[in-house]
Design a protein around this ligand. Structure first.
Ligand code: AMP
Ligand code: MG
Length: 403
């Protein structure tokens, strides 16, 4: 059985090997959050476009400023003012944050370090050349590439594009991810379940996870645990880039997903991973679509999606596969898990102290969505760890969606 790292590697290798070029579309910066850039963006001019003051204060010649030195204030320069007049020796100019430093001046003294009396400005200390000035073109030169293809567009990237006037961005289209739940007991969320039925919460979590990962969810509803219904709905899902199924991949008599996929000609790269929850997770390819058969218990579905489906969506979006958001925390309460599988336990990490401290939350196993909704991370307990003592350093997988 593969470890979760090996299973992730298998996903990354297979998807990287077979993905084709993606269609692109031009999007406004207002709508491009989370998309992957498909072009290079270059600056339209130098940044900053002029020597820019980073403080409210006085533009000076540094060599003329010392303790008790006095200069004559001859001008006031606001942000946005056109500055053409050079600063003459013996003079200074009051200047605001974001304004252009006049030629001749080579430093800005903060207003807090000067005393003004009419036109006379008295200084309290020496000035260093260059202080409180960001020189023209020091952030980027005109024509320089500042964003490159396959970058993920977050708020800073979008602001940078907007700054240089690139208001339309060519982006890769999002991969389409079909979502199909399975199970005779599953009813749609707007239906009243019978006494022994459950609502289809997995399609909701999967659609949310697809969106967060940068994919476009395509909702296919639920298939009954019958060959004919599964075959029809799975065939439908195989027209998309990826088909994600929930349920029907365990050892039960009515777990028919793998059988149906096999009949449809699927090739499997793994059909079990040494993790809990999520052990029966399946990954393969059928026709042109990648297929994930995730176990149906809601927390298993969520964990296996984060571990295995996210890197596939990354690659199909035209980006690199992101690393898992794993960090270390100090264990705050004793742990006792059965060794043999890597456990992903709903947990809460707390940053109030100097080192993050994590505690596993009480839970009823992989059907317990309420426990995960109280968690902000998963505590990762390696397969060879049984008992773990308070104070030990443990890896945690952050829930990026809420942290
Ligand atoms: P399975 O993997 O099909 O054996 O399902 C395991 C457990 O997950 C069962 O208790 C199911 O009732 C539950 N389950 C399966 N599909 C869903 C779903 N779409 N939404 C919520 N729970 C589900
Ligand atoms: Mg089932």
């Amino acid at each position: 059985m593969l470890t979760y790292e090996q299973a992730r590697r298998a996903v990354i290798d297979q998807v990287a090997r077979t993905k084709g070029p993606r269609a692109t579309a031009s999007l406004s910066v207002w709508n491009a959050l989370g998309f992957i850039l498909a072009e290079e963006v270059k600056t339209d001019r130098d940044y900053p476009p002029f020597d820019r003051s980073t403080r409210d204060g006085y533009a000076v010649r540094a060599a003329e400023v010392a303790l008790a030195a006095t200069l004559r204030c001859v001008a006031e320069i606001k942000a946005g003012d056109t500055v053409t007049q050079p600063l003459a020796p013996g003079d200074c100019a009051q200047i605001m944050t974001g304004a252009a430093v006049p030629s001749g001046a080579d430093a800005v003294v903060m207003i807090e370090h000067a005393d003004r009396d009419g036109d006379a400005v008295r200084f309290e200390r020496a000035a260093q050349p260059g202080q409180n000035i960001v020189p023209r073109a020091s952030e980027a030169r005109r024509g320089e590439a500042i964003l490159s293809a396959s970058m993920r567009l977050g708020y800073a990237e979008l602001a940078l594009a907007a700054q240089v006037g690139a208001t339309q961005l060519r982006c890769a289209s999002k991969p389409r991810i079909a979502i199909l739940s399975t199970g005779d007991e599953v009813v749609s969320i707007d239906q009243e379940p019978g006494a022994f039925q459950i609502r289809n919460s997995n399609s909701v979590s999967l659609a949310a996870q697809v969106r967060l990962a940068g994919g476009e969810p395509v909702l296919l509803g639920n298939a009954a645990d019958r060959i004919d219904d599964l075959r029809e709905k799975i065939s439908h899902g195989l027209r998309e880039d990826v088909l994600v199924l929930s349920g029907g991949v365990s050892m039960g008599k009515y777990d028919l997903v793998e059988t149906v996929l096999k009949d449809l000609g699927a090739e499997f790269y793994f059909d079990a991973v040494a993790i809990r929850p999520g052990k029966p997770a399946v990954f393969g390819k059928c026709g042109n679509a990648f297929v994930f058969g995730l176990p149906g218990n809601p927390v298993s579905t969520m964990v296996t999606f984060e571990l295995f489906v996210v890197p596939a969506i990354d690659l199909l979006s035209g980006a690199a596969a992101r690393d898992l958001p794993l960090v270390e925390a100090r264990l705050g309460a004793l742990l006792n898990e059965k060794p043999g599988l890597t456990h992903f336990l709903p947990a809460r990490v707390d940053w109030r102290g100097t080192t993050p401290e994590v505690r596993a939350l009480p839970w009823q196993g992989s059907g317990d969505i309420a426990a995960l909704a109280r968690a902000n991370c998963f505590l990762v307990v390696a397969a060879d760890r049984g008992q773990v003592n308070v104070g030990e350093t443990m890896p945690i997988l952050l829930r990026k969606d809420i942290i």
